[in-house]
Design a protein around this ligand. Structure first.
Ligand code: EPZ
Length: 415
């Protein structure tokens, strides 16, 4: 795996464009197979995970053309209904194909995605939702075989507002008959983007973005062109990169309505942030103030920003407390930050960060996508050189993050 080399201490300055959302692109690419036709997607981030989704689409029988951020999917002749095991294990979120394949084919075979670096990440809520809608689910030797004799419209109450389970149930119910209601649905912006895409394709989905979503089944869908929403976590990442370096930047092509919890926390820590349509201006203070952060389902502070704001607060003035309420194992990045001199103690789901004036460049290892991003944030301010290994994790979710940081004046290179 390659590495990033960062020479810390450069104040970020300038402006960049934010890319399309990874977590909106993945379910929308899966949803395209519900229509036996052509789907044109724009503003798709050119990252590892979207390339993996294209591999899975092709393995099912789709023809896919990709030209940087434009992806054209021809799903007329899907021949398979099994998600390849090796691709399932390489990318957990490929489980999102299950609802779409079931919706189109009335059967689906996929393997248990298994845990990953941030927690067990079970899919019990996905499977319970499928069964509530009439799907027979059989599990043997890690393979899950689903079949649907007759779709049963129903009310699905989610024990937890799971993003993936909400998306999978929406995909299954789109071509079902009758009205399916999801109660305690996830309210993340990516859910709204998926519903906007599906409705543009001819589906009838109401309430996306609230905790009650109604899907009125339709019989047929049509070809569609769609522009993916901006990535709110990439936006937050560059806000934190500016904040930690005492910089002043403009982020363009953002959706400001998706990032209030992030903006409010950075304002609380002393940043000036101005919203101007789809642009965001941030000017950071010389030194941030310590703040407390609790991750919650949307519209709370996003768990995907937890490690990134954690790194940002390592050099703040005072002690910050971070509580991770979504995943049970999302503090692995802290060991790496401690190698750089960060003063952080963890106790269960809480991390106590004692802000220090300086952290130091070191050789560190990315543990997962957002943990890797947190090491870049720390490297931008660390005294000396930081080498980040295992950056393939980072390349899964950020389109040319090194190039964008270079445009803002950072000294970061691929090694
Ligand atoms: C999505 O993952 C995102 N991934 C994650 O982003 C994000 O962190 C997460 O939502 C929460 O916002 C994509 O959209 C591709 P969940 P997902 O189902 O759907 C538990 C990133 O860095 N749970 O909302 O897998 C689960 O264990 C990634 O971009 C069950 O118990 O998240 C977790 O504790 C990381 N049973 C909590 O719910 C289930 O059946 C939230 O999971 C499903 C989930």
């Amino acid at each position: 795996m390659s590495s990033y080399i960062i020479e810390g201490g450069k104040r970020l300055n300038g402006e960049i464009d934010i890319s399309g959302s990874k977590n909106a692109s993945l379910p929308i690419m899966a949803a395209s197979i519900l229509n036996k036709g052509i789907t044109k997607l724009y503003n798709v981030p050119d990252i590892h995970d979207t390339k993996m989704m294209i591999e899975i689409l092709k393995s099912l029988g789709c023809k896919v053309k990709k030209n940087k951020n434009k992806v054209v999917i021809d799903s007329k002749n899907i021949t398979k209904y099994e998600i390849p095991e090796n691709l399932m294990h390489q990318m957990r979120s490929s489980v999102i194909f299950a609802g779409a394949i079931l919706g189109r084919y009335k059967k689906a075979i996929f393997s248990y995605p298994g845990g990953c670096d941030i927690g067990a990440r079970p899919i019990d809520l996905h499977l319970k939702g499928f069964e509530k809608l009439g799907v027979n689910v059989n599990q043997n030797y890690g393979k899950i075989e689903c079949s649907l004799d007759r779709f049963t419209p129903n009310e699905v109450n989610l024990d937890f507002p799971s993003v993936g389970a909400t998306e999978n149930i929406m995909l299954l119910a789109t071509l079902g008959n009758g009205i399916t209601t999801i109660v305690n649905a996830a309210m993340e912006p990516e859910i709204e983007d998926l519903a906007l895409f599906l409705n543009k394709m001819g589906a009838n989905i109401k309430g996306a973005g609230t905790n009650i979503i109604k899907i009125i089944g339709v019989r047929k869908l049509n070809d569609v062109s769609y522009n993916i929403m901006p990535d709110r976590i990439e936006t937050g990442t560059f806000l934190c990169a500016t904040a930690i370096t005492g910089g002043e930047t403009i982020l363009k092509k953002v959706n400001n309505s998706h990032i209030n919890p992030i903006i409010e926390k950075l304002r609380e820590s002393g940043c000036i942030i101005e919203i101007n349509n789809n642009e965001l201006y941030i000017k950071a203070p010389k030194r941030l103030k310590a703040i407390d952060v609790k991750t919650m389902p949307y519209p709370g502070f996003p768990t995907d920003m937890q490690s990134i704001i954690g790194a940002t607060l390592c050099v703040a003035n005072g002690t910050s407390i971070i509580t991770e309420n979504i995943f049970e194992n999302r503090f692995k990045y802290i060991n790496e930050l401690q190698k750089m001199g960060a003063k952080i103690k963890t106790e269960g789901r809480t991390a106590v960060i004692k802000g220090c004036r300086k952290i130091y460049g070191a050789q560190v290892n990315a543990t997962d996508l957002r943990g890797g991003a947190s090491l870049i944030i720390a490297g931008l301010i660390a005294k000396g050189i930081t080498k980040i290994n295992n950056i393939d994790y980072i390349l899964r979710g950020y389109e040319r993050i090194d190039r964008k940081l270079q445009i803002l004046g950072a000294k970061i290179y691929l090694a």
